[in-house]
Ligand binder design. Sequence first.
Ligand SMILES: Cc1cc2nc3c(=O)[nH]c(=O)nc-3n(C[C@H](O)[C@H](O)[C@H](O)COP(=O)(O)OP(=O)(O)OC[C@H]3O[C@@H](n4cnc5c(N)ncnc54)[C@H](O)[C@@H]3O)c2cc1C
Length: 232
Amino acid sequence: MIVKLLSYTKDPEQVVAAAIRQCYASVGAKELKQKIDKPTRQRLINQVLASGHTSTLEHASFTFGVEGVSRITEIQLVRHRVGTAYSIQSGRYVKRGDAKFVIPIAVKNNKIIYKKYTKILKDVQNLYNEMIDVGIKAEDARYLQPQSLQTKIVVTFNARALLHFLELRCCRRAQWEIQTMANLMLQSVKKVAPTIFASAGVTCITQKICWEGKMSCGLYQKIKDAEVRSRV
Ligand SMILES: Cc1cc2nc3c(=O)[nH]c(=O)nc-3n(C[C@H](O)[C@H](O)[C@H](O)COP(=O)(O)OP(=O)(O)OC[C@H]3O[C@@H](n4cnc5c(N)ncnc54)[C@H](O)[C@@H]3O)c2cc1C
């Protein structure tokens, strides 16, 4: 899997801090253009993160190029509706003669299953190519393709939406593939917006609270002072 931060709001923490300042001070556009010093930026951002009044984080956005993930992960990703934008490689216009497939480690670790799994993928790909060769459109041939088919996605999140996504998808309750993707995203945004994402990710680590209740994976038990809770 490749997850690359393609672009992001220039100086994201400055933009967010300026938006926060606008809420609490009488300054105007001219003053807001001036650089806010690092300690002040950090104080302002931590203030909204602590209170949960995070709409000002929507002024910064982050765009990722993702490739080598399955259609399963694509479906899970696009469930995140708010503060996001998606562009996904088209199965109608891009013929997939050289398609690649995700093979879970559990399958790789079982020699017999792996052999059967890869044979079926090969047969599927051969039939797909045969369909294209006889003139069946890619949009129809693609009905044959399995969920393991690798895809390419450009996804943009604003910082508020990304924090929410990371909370849900860095968690061990999320499936391994989207979990890997979320962790790679987190690593890259921490480099460019360290204050915004300092405490991003799974809540058993960031808040010392696992919100998964009975469904908890139990990781919180290994974290000092962490507890499991349920919202009801
Ligand atoms: C571990 C795990 C297991 C999952 N299992 C399943 C499953 O079995 N089946 C399944 O269908 N999905 C499943 N999901 C997907 C999950 O239900 C969400 O669709 C997905 O995580 C996106 O979250 P979201 O709706 O909070 O995000 P977004 O769509 O980005 O929404 C962000 C927030 O905006 C608010 N919001 C958004 N839309 C509305 C709305 N229409 N009305 C009111 N408020 C809104 C909510 O507060 C929401 O949390 C699973 C997710 C996880 C992490």
